[in-house]
Design a protein around this ligand. Structure first.
Ligand code: TXA
Ligand code: MG
Length: 318
């Protein structure tokens, strides 16, 4: 069976599929999510099977409105209230004590739950139409680059989802920042476009805490070609070395850089935010173009550059 593709004006139909226990892929401002009723263990179980996702990697629960937080969180401390007020709707996920109604399959067996209100009108209209909180990981096969278009979702999961709502390309392009909001200060579990600076962590916050998010343990974002990250100063030499070795070399570089002879330009970017928005598409395009090595120019690890470099390192390690 293959997925039904719906346009955003059909969110009521897609919402009914969610309410009935089905799987609906939908756009958010970050990446496409693979949604199911977060309060139904059976529906959420289908997400894990469709993605081939390890059972101990918990899902993010999506709400249409911060006012619904009490349906999924057992407690909402003042830090969480403040972060929600400042950043929702938006690409910030809060880890909180889980409400007993949230099944353990959704939380990967943890006593906490990850929650966010996406900043995308289609996503929020869909969740409202469903009438339930919507659990949604990125809508890729486990280990693949996250999807930023409906076509990416169909390529990975076309046979496994009931409906794909096609809302065009995602604006941000990297997944939400995940923050443990149970204590007095935010603890960053996954980097995203809501930066440490925006969270008020002036010196970057505590180090080493990234271990605490189960998903960061797994291999991620790996296309079938090799990914090599190079500083601007080394870019030309790195490309030349791979070309000399007989490889077809794809390049993702700043528009300020000339494309070395023999390299195939896959994407160009103006700044780190633009690289974030096109990175996953570039990984898939490089694959489709059949290049052997994709060389990507590094960006400064400030602001959204931190999230971009985190994802690039994982892609390169795969
Ligand atoms: O932008 C996003 O966050 C996208 C869109 C669809 O909202 N979703 C997404 O989901 O990236 P996923 O499943 O690919 O990544 C969720 C991350 C994983 O690293 C997971 O381990 C972590 O959030 N996570 C979920 N629940 C958690 C919890 N209770 N404690 C700690 N980490 C948690
Ligand atoms: Mg993911």
């Amino acid at each position: 069976m293959s997925a039904q593709i719906l346009l955003p004006d059909a969110v009521d139909r897609a919402g009914a599929v969610l309410a009935g226990g089905g799987l609906v892929a939908f756009p958010t401002e970050t990446v496409y999510g693979l949604g199911a009723d977060a309060l139904s263990g059976d529906a959420v179980g289908r997400i894990f099977r469709a993605k081939g996702r390890p059972a101990d990697n918990p899902l993010i629960v999506h709400l249409a409105d911060a006012g619904d937080l009490g349906r999924v969180a057992g407690a909402v401390p003042s830090l969480a209230r403040r972060l929600a007020a400042e950043h929702w709707p938006g690409p910030l996920t809060l880890v909180l004590e889980a409400h007993p109604d949230v099944p353990s399959v959704t939380t990967g067996g943890l006593r906490t739950v990850a929650v966010r209100v996406p900043d995308h009108p289609v996503a929020r209209a869909l969740i409202t139409a469903a009438g339930v909180p919507v659990a949604a990981p990125s809508a890729n096969r486990s280990g693949r680059p996250s999807p930023t278009t409906a076509a990416h979702v169909l390529a990975d999961l076309g046979d496994a989802v009931d409906v794909v709502v096609d809302g065009g390309a995602c604006r941000v392009g990297v997944e939400s920042t995940v923050v443990d909001a149970r204590g007095g200060t935010p603890v960053v579990l996954r980097e995203g476009s809501v930066t440490r600076e925006m969270l008020g962590l002036r010196d970057g916050g505590p180090a080493g805490e990234l271990e605490a998010s189960p998903g960061t343990r797994y291999r991620h974002y790996a296309p079938t070609c090799d990914v090599v990250v190079a500083d601007a100063t080394a870019l030309h030499d790195v490309v030349t070395r791979h070309l000399r070795a007989g490889a077809r070399v794809g390049l993702v570089a700043s528009t300020r850089r000339p494309v070395p002879d023999g390299a195939e330009s896959v994407a160009r970017f103006g700044d780190a935010a633009e690289l974030a928005s096109l990175l996953y598409r570039a990984l898939r395009d490089a694959e489709d173009a059949g290049v052997d090595v994709l060389v990507v120019e590094a960006v400064d690890e400030t602001d959204v550059g931190r999230a971009v470099m985190d994802r690039l390192r994982r892609a390169a390690a795969g």
